[in-house]
Write a protein of this length. Sequence first.
Length: 344
Amino acid sequence: MANKKINKKDIAKLLNKWSQEFAVFVPSRESGVAEMAKWDGKDVSFLDWYRNTIVPPKANFLPQMEEMFRFQKDKEGYKIELPPDGAKQLIFGIRPCDARAMAIIDANFKELYQDPYYLSRRNSAVLVGLGCMNPSESCFCTSMGVSPAESKDVDLMLTDIGDEFLIEEVSDKGRKLMAKTTGLKGATKNDEAKAKEAKKTAYDKVTRKLDTEGIADKLLASFDDQDFWEKVAAKCISCGICTLLCPTCYCFDINDELVRQQGTRFRNWDSCGFPVYTKMPMENPRAEKWRRVRQKVCHKFEFYPMNFDVIACTGCGRCIRLCPVNWDITQVLESVPAKARVGK
Ligand code: SF4
Ligand code: SF4
């Protein structure tokens, strides 16, 4: 299927058209924090951004807080009321790193467990990717098998070719959407050449590199090196930002709010960086900070590859950009000892 293209000034029209079928989400700073927010029908200023949002699009599939069900107790027992299904989402402007993150966490929510809340949103959603033409200094996506302007994890992919975007159909879902989207022009060979050049330029702009060769084995060998992990964890203040805003972190906590005989069960994001995360009545296996920092690093680069054959990091750079004390995961991974050392 030949690629299509759209003039940038026609993007609002396209989004409004798609809004008739989907709840369309676009990058927005309306709330004060860059996140995917419901399309307001006019603002396309996000087209000039060249970076992923602060809150990753995982929030559209695993909300920061969500109601799981309501319950009421009467003489016959508990009555459960499930929340209504949400509208089908179209996420416009998702970056390739964040689309890859969704594919990575699918392994947990689709394969290991079948999470009905996540799956109902994920299966009905359309992802429309937008390439990063000026990746941030903290991005290292190319070391994690992600290209800033190319993606196999979206349904449609847009590339900036000047006054226009080239639109590539990546999945069957994307092809079906394009088949019913009228008014787009076919891309020319010249457009394709411009897109190819733009993708290469974007790729070359990612200068931060991380060598992950043998990283899982090195982490395994260093697991008991308390001295190393204490040094690594020294400046961390356990704020949890790097995990809450990481697109591949998906830990959540579950709480019931109960008033007399009725209540609501919620789930909300949680972080393995918090001291209470593993607190149990008699003990806490990760009371010390170094153990929690070790868990965060090893889960992404050792345990997740062991379980699902993929590293749970896309090099999106958020944990580097947003950490209040400049803790840098690339520096940490580069400093893992090549061989096991004797711990304290
Ligand atoms: S963002 Fe920085 S300070 Fe906060 S938990 Fe992560 S590493 Fe620690
Ligand atoms: S660990 Fe850091 S760079 Fe990797 S996906 Fe998470 S936030 Fe992005």
